[in-house]
Design a protein around this ligand. Structure first.
Ligand SMILES: [Zn+2]
Length: 470
């Protein structure tokens, strides 16, 4: 379906709520404002496919990311972060707009981000920031709309995979050393962790384990061909794939290191950019990667914890405290948090700002807030409660009837249905699921239907076990 047709359908089905948010655009045009003298530069780094639990400062046993570890020691580190979606397009559109997928409506690369959506780049540009973006996959081509608000947009996706990050790093270093006085906002999308796992040495063999089921260059195809082959992908294969994946993390960490060192990360003090301004560094990911924890390899459809738990660090020594943030966060929170930290006027967002807490204030985000996740095929809400961290997943294809309640704090991959043990949690999260205005890529709402015995059985089997193809 063309983006134009989709927009027409969204209008026809009366998505007034979405339209209101996307249609509002009352900011002054660029260059009418000058950023404040004390405005920082902003560097937003997205490391594609990076699950948080493979980073040492999120508890991983391997030293996969020495440069990021140095940054994390000086940064605010969010402990529980859900990506907006298990796929690149929707998660980045949420980071950029502060809206849920149902609101911005961009689920895939075939859909253009609505030109009326206000992005972080557009907002900062209107406030006097220069804006520059670098991306690494075809999903960020200009017609994706994700380039909205950038003075300069560079997509290195046609460069050989292992050379893309070096180009981005070189571009960032040039920007940091540019003495033009205005602050800048840079978005840098690093793609190395994404399959195929074919980093150069010494990273490729940094974590050799198990029995590789495919040559490094073939791992992307192997994952695509065996996403649901739980019986074929043996534990030794999983160990090998994880080792290769960890080598990719080590590789991207090495690619990032020159930028972080230039900014003074891990040094005696932060170093201003050539424009004399400090730099706020925000690092996160769009989704993780599953290694058969729930019978699935890779990402893009399911809302398994392996796929939706991502890192988020905010580094700005002297302004942002080096703290651990236990309150739950989502991708939709990034925009309001950054906007408030840099002192730009607030914009309407479905996320919450953590800015005052990061500066040293008391937490303002409720520990028991309801978190929303969405792919085209699955919707979920999650909540930390006195009983534990629970996630309720449903499938709009069934009219929302089939549901799975999981407890994901003790063992985040525990597939067991919890509704019998926790009926109150099930009832309350069901109400939360029904009250959130989820829309599918065609703009349709879920209609609640009664649960039949057959559907219940299907649900129990679901545990993310049978599914649509992505
Ligand atoms: Zn991605």
């Amino acid at each position: 379906m063309s983006p134009t047709l989709l927009l027409l359908m969204l209008t026809l089905v009366g998505c007034r709520w979405i339209e209101d948010r996307l249609g509002r655009r009352d900011l002054p045009p660029p260059a009418e404002r000058t950023a404040p003298d004390d405005a920082p530069n902003v560097l937003l780094i997205s490391i594609d496919t990076l699950r948080s639990d493979h980073l040492p400062f999120y508890g991983y046993g391997r030293a996969t990311a020495p440069a990021l570890t140095r940054l994390a020691a000086e940064a605010a580190v969010f402990e529980l972060v859900y990506a907006a979606s298990p796929a690149t397009d929707g998660s980045h559109a949420t980071m950029f707009t502060g809206l849920h997928q149902s609101e911005h409506g961009k689920f895939s690369h075939e859909q253009r981000l609505d030109a009326g959506a206000l992005t972080l780049a557009e907002h900062l540009h209107a406030q006097g920031w220069r804006t520059q973006g670098w991306a690494s996959t075809y999903k960020f081509i200009v017609r994706s709309g994700l380039d909205q608000g950038f003075d300069q947009w560079t997509n290195v996706h046609k460069t050989e995979k292992n050379e893309r990050s070096a180009k981005i790093t070189a571009g960032l270093l040039r920007l940091i050393d540019d003495p033009a006085p205005a602050p800048w906002f840079a978005f840098a999308h690093y793609f190395d962790v994404h399959a195929p796992y074919a980093a150069p040495e010494p990273y490729a063999s940094a974590y050799v384990a198990g029995v590789a089921p495919a040559a490094p260059a073939e791992t992307g195809d192997y994952i695509s061909a065996n996403r649901k082959s739980a019986s074929k992908v043996r534990p030794a294969h999983i160990e090998a794939l994880k080792g290769m994946y960890d080598g990719q993390i080590r590789f991207v960490d090495a690619q990032l290191a020159p930028v972080l060192e230039r900014l003074g990360v891990g040094g005696a003090r932060p170093k201003p950019a050539a424009n004399g301004r400090p730099t706020l560094v925000v690092i996160t990911s769009d989704h993780g990667e599953a290694f058969m924890e729930a019978g699935y390899l890779g990402h893009s459809v399911y809302l398994h914890e392996a796929i939706v738990r991502v890192p988020w660090m905010v580094w700005w020594p002297g302004a942002v405290r080096p703290i651990r943030v236990p309150q739950p966060a989502m991708g939709v929170d990034l925009l309001p948090t950054v906007v408030e930290l840099v002192g730009a006027p607030a914009v309407e967002s479905s996320g919450l700002s953590f800015a005052s807490q990061l500066r040293g204030g008391a937490p303002t985000v409720p520990d028991d807030r309801v978190l929303m996740l969405q792919s085209p095929q699955y919707w979920a809400v999650a909540q930390r409660r006195p009983e534990g961290l629970f996630k309720l997943t449903t499938r709009p294809k069934d009219g929302g009837a089939a549901r799975l309640l999981q407890r994901v704090d003790i063992d985040r991959h525990d597939p067991r249905e919890q509704r019998e043990s926790h009926p109150v949690v099930y009832a309350e999260l069901s109400r939360a699921l029904e009250s959130f205005p989820f829309k599918d890529p065609q703009g349709r709402s879920v209609q609640r239907t009664d649960i039949s015995a057959e559907e219940r059985e299907q649900l129990e089997a679901m545990g993310y076990i049978e599914h649509d193809e992505d």
